[in-house]
Design a protein around this ligand. Structure first.
Ligand SMILES: [Zn+2]
Length: 299
């Protein structure tokens, strides 16, 4: 990326089936191939990753999906490439991206909710990414919302993620497609196991009533969590990002209603909930913003 967050070169690599050391090798491989493509000096390497991240030390404490535990990623990359390296959790990177490149306006505070497989919140307070005391800012996805609810990959049951994460939505949609072969989903996916979030989104937009009402439930569950956040922080702008945010009004309208009916009215009426305009590149942009912020003091 250049200093304005413009993407100059892009490489992608799938990691399916790999874990731990295998994914680290994939990261090395990507950076090895990217560096020769740069046409100027490299200011640094920014990394956005799922999991609990100690940003100050560049350590990925725990990332279930990647099989990374206590990985000193910042140090490893710095030794290998000899440039400054900054590492953040993906939701925190998304918050920084939105603040730097998303047209945040005059407010020095911002909340970004990343709804994908996991649910994470990134918080900008007084123009700075909020890091908290430990490494777990924004881990609201693993707060239990339903007693004895569905099992969660963290080992407990009924976490917010089991209600609002993309995997729970896909499980619901796949079950719906299996039990009703005339479901609108069959138009957008050849078989139930091929249903992805885009297919569910298309079926919801086409007016499938059962999927539409499930997405409204997802919106309401998220709205309950956000109402608490509105009451706690009084931050007026909440931006949604991630694959689940793509459901648009079907998700956001019930979410807004829930916030309005649960948070104190003067606070709720000031709160704007919207979808990011930065699209799927939001974490990449956040990784670039980490470097601009740490190395050049921007924004
Ligand atoms: Zn959990």
């Amino acid at each position: 990326m250049n200093l304005r967050g413009g993407i100059r070169q892009r490489l992608e690599q799938r990691i399916d089936g790999r874990s731990g050391e295998g994914i680290l090798t994939a990261v090395y491989d990507l950076i090895d191939r990217l560096i020769p493509l740069a046409d100027g000096r490299i200011l640094g390497i920014g990394v956005g990753t799922p999991g609990l991240v100690d940003s100050r030390q560049g350590i990925v404490r725990d990332a279930f999906n990647l099989g990374w535990n206590e990985l000193r990623l910042g140090e490893l990359l710095k030794e290998r490439y000899g440039v400054p390296v900054h590492v953040a959790n993906d939701s925190q990177a998304a918050a920084l991206a939105e603040f730097s490149f998303g047209g945040a306006g005059a407010s020095p505070h911002l909340v970004v909710v990343k709804m994908s497989r996991g649910i994470g919140v990134g918080i900008v307070l007084d123009r700075k990414l909020y890091h908290g005391d430990g490494n777990g800012v924004g881990e609201i996805g693993h707060v239990v919302f339903v007693d004895d609810g569905a099992p969660c990959r963290c080992g407990r049951r009924g976490c917010l993620e089991t209600l609002t994460g993309s995997e729970s939505i896909l499980r619901f949609a796949q079950a719906a497609a299996r039990s009703d072969p005339s479901s609108a989903l069959t138009r957008y996916a050849a078989a139930p196991e091929e249903i992805d979030i885009e297919a569910v989104s298309a079926a919801v937009a086409a007016g499938d009533p059962s999927l539409g009402s499930h997405i409204a439930d997802v919106g309401r569950a998220m709205g309950r969590a956000l109402a608490a956040l509105v009451g706690l922080l009084d931050i007026h702008r909440i931006v949604l990002a991630g694959s689940v945010a793509g459901f648009g009004p079907a998700l956001i309208d019930p979410m807004r209603n829930e916030i309005r009916s649960r948070a104190l009215p003067p606070l709720a009426s000031e709160t704007v909930v919207e979808t990011t305009k930065l699209g799927n590149d939001i974490v990449l942009l956040g990784a670039a913003a980490l470097i601009l912020n740490a190395e050049l003091g921007l924004p």
